[in-house]
Design a protein around this ligand. Structure first.
Ligand SMILES: *[C@@H]1O[C@H](CO)[C@@H](O)[C@H](O)[C@H]1NC(C)=O
Length: 302
């Protein structure tokens, strides 16, 4: 594994520039760790994530809780992570657009398959999603303000982040306002897509999968062996969208295959690409879903 250039574990829209970071380390009383998934609007499904600081009398909070519930309990998280897993197992086109084939040192496809398998879990034993997801906490507070050096949602373009909050010592996810505007993967109009994967197919589940990748219980508990962060392209901008995650691997662009397995957005876009491909392939051609997108994304610097 080569030396890596990992920035903070935040998902930031690639084209925006980070502004000055405002830290406001106001200390509040230490909260107890949340109890396992007490979904406040309806019953929780198996391994649904846990929630902090949502106020169920506030309409916006209720809508957000419903989105968080639906993305797991409606099966979309398992669907996209499973298709990513299948693509890695078969080493077919979506996988190969973002990750290397195995070499003498690393069995990359198996590593990627194992990482996504932790999230997806097994439908026979794990309820709606992998067991580990039930340990994840989503905090409705923009708590990065408690974490020195971390970017909170006031940094333009920030979609979400995963950090350990120094106030309660919990590793948690926060979704910024921008992320809630992304819809369900199944709502994407297949006819509107380009012949290559693009942000036109983006979904809330892709952002959620990106953040799940960052948890310290994921990368270190797989053959990857380390936290899955946010890597940068050759131009020092975050490798964060389809052209950039493809560009990390592409021999004609960054040609940096080793870092792909520790870049969260590579997993997220590969999985969405695979799911979208099987969802959008024309009816009679379902065995050929991996070739739905006939082109790779254009070079990131074009
Ligand atoms: C929840 O929101 C309501 C309505 O805005 C407010 O009156 C109440 O104090 C809030 N509860 C908490 C615990 O913040």
């Amino acid at each position: 594994m080569s030396l890596l250039n990992i920035i903070s574990l935040a998902l930031v829209v690639a084209l925006t520039r980070a502004g000055p970071i405002l830290n406001n380390p106001s200390r509040v009383l230490r909260r107890d760790a949340p109890a396992p998934s007490a979904y406040p609007l309806d019953s929780a499904c198996g391994n649904e994530w846990q929630y902090l600081n949502f106020n169920t009398t506030v309409a916006t909070d209720r809508v957000h809780l419903q989105t968080l519930h639906d993305v797991i309990c409606g099966g979309e998280m398992r669907a996209i992570s499973s298709y990513g897993q299948i693509s890695a197992q078969n080493v077919n086109t979506p996988y190969k657009r973002y990750f290397p084939e195995s070499d003498d040192e690393d069995d990359y496809p198996t590593n990627v398959k194992d990482v996504l398998g932790l999230i997806a879990g097994a439908s026979s034993t794990d309820g709606a999603i992998g067991t580990v997801v039930g340990t994840f906490v989503v905090d409705n507070l923009d708590f990065a303000a408690n974490v020195p050096g971390a970017s909170d949602c006031t940094v333009e373009g920030t979609l979400a982040y995963t950090l350990e909050d120094q106030v309660d010592d919990l590793e948690k996810i926060h979704f910024c306002d921008l992320s809630w505007t992304r819809g369900e993967a199944s709502d994407v109009d297949c006819a509107s897509l380009d012949p290559f994967p693009s942000t036109k197919m983006d979904s809330f589940s892709r952002i959620a999968l990106h953040e799940m990748m960052h948890y310290s219980s994921i990368g270190p508990n797989t053959p990857v062996g380390e936290t899955i962060g946010d890597c940068k392209n050759g131009d020092s901008e975050p490798a964060n969208d389809p052209p950039r995650v493809h560009g990390l691997l592409d021999p004609n662009q960054d040609d940096n295959p080793a870092v792909t397995e520790i870049n969260a957005d590579s997993y997220a876009w590969m999985s969405l690409d695979a799911w979208m491909s099987q969802n959008c392939i024309a009816g009679s051609d379902t065995n050929n879903w991996a070739s739905f997108f006939t082109q790779n994304p254009p070079p990131y610097n074009e």
